[in-house]
Design a binder for this molecule. Sequence first.
Ligand code: HEM
Length: 187
Amino acid sequence: MHQLRSVYSFRSKIMHWLVAIIVLSLLVFGFNLSRMPKTMKFTAIMFHKSFGLTVLALMLFRIIFILRDGRPSLPSTTPCWEKLLARFVQYGLYALLILMPLSGWIMSVAAGYVPKYFGLVAIPFPGIEKNIQLANLMKASHKTLAWIIVAFVVLHLLGNIKHYFLDKDTVVQTMLFKGNNRMKIKG
Ligand code: HEM
């Protein structure tokens, strides 16, 4: 059984903030890909795919670290419905941030454009070949998932704002690098 800690482990924090920065950039640049000048589009899509695949790898590490290091529990003062909602949003984000790169990857491969990781190595999707119908389905899924991620990120931010400004507890601090960062093992 893994241990519960009063703050996230250092490596879990690194993963959280790295994924957050990359995903927010991918969303902003992704929604603006079609408006980009043709000369930049090819490179922009190559970087989009490469960073997107990086998110997939980072999410796998993130899940391994959470399973191995444990996670802080919410304060006992937090109402049950709020605990359930918080966990639903967190697990939902984990699932979405795995499905999102998968849909982009399958879309690209099925459209006949196997991603080349930072222009270096081609990364085919096992078992997927050119299939325009599948590419269109994945393109629609990629767009829908992007908006669902936006909604979940907003909920996630609202939850943190509530903890910090209304409840005035230390939930937000469990993911920050400053302050009490010692890992107290509760049991
Ligand atoms: C967490 C990871 C990712 C995020 C947040 C993300 C986000 C986005 C967003 C917001 C769009 C614009 C959607 C639209 O308005 O139609 C987009 C488009 C696109 N994404 Fe991603 N993406 C991710 C991963 C990937 C990956 C791994 C690939 C491929 C390997 C990929 C390939 C593409 C392509 C090719 C488009 C352009 C689709 C088109 O309109 O033709 N994405 N992405």
